[in-house]
Design a binder for this molecule. Structure first.
Ligand SMILES: [Zn+2]
Length: 138
């Protein structure tokens, strides 16, 4: 199960819609083993509608910042612009962190974006429930 505040769920969905028809990518940081607390959008250097790639320098800087803040990338997310929110063959192949939540936002239907989360362990895809709840600050 992945627990997200409404703010985090909204931030990721808005990022995906803003980048559409290109894929968006990024992460949610938080304490190891804990609930994600912070949205970190990342550039998609692939600039494609069907692929994403982190910028190596940006990734290095962000990962260093996480380390300095004693955080880990709890959620790694990207969007699918023309297909449902299910990991592609490449998504599974590149999923290296069995402790991370792999979140996919589908913007195929822009009026009704679909947000789903997975664990990907040893090539196996396990869907998990996404619960959006918590203190909503307006
Ligand atoms: Zn994908």
């Amino acid at each position: 199960m992945l627990l997200l505040t409404p703010e985090l769920a909204d931030a990721v969905t808005r990022h995906a819609l803003a980048e559409h028809p290109l894929e968006a990518c990024g992460l949610m940081a938080g304490p190891a083993g804990g609930t994600p607390t912070r949205h970190v959008p990342l550039q998609n250097t692939a600039r494609a509608s069907d692929a994403f790639r982190f910028d190596a320098r940006e990734q290095l800087a962000v990962w260093r910042e996480l380390e300095a803040r004693n955080e880990v990338p709890r959620v790694l997310y990207h969007s699918h612009t023309a297909s449902r929110a299910y990991p592609s063959r490449d998504d599974v192949a590149f999923a290296a962190d069995p402790t991370a939540h792999y979140l996919i936002v589908s913007t195929a239907d822009r009026t009704n974006p679909e947000l789903r989360s997975y664990r990907i362990v040893g090539g196996h895809v396990i869907e998990e429930t996404v619960v959006v709840a918590g203190p909503a600050s307006r």
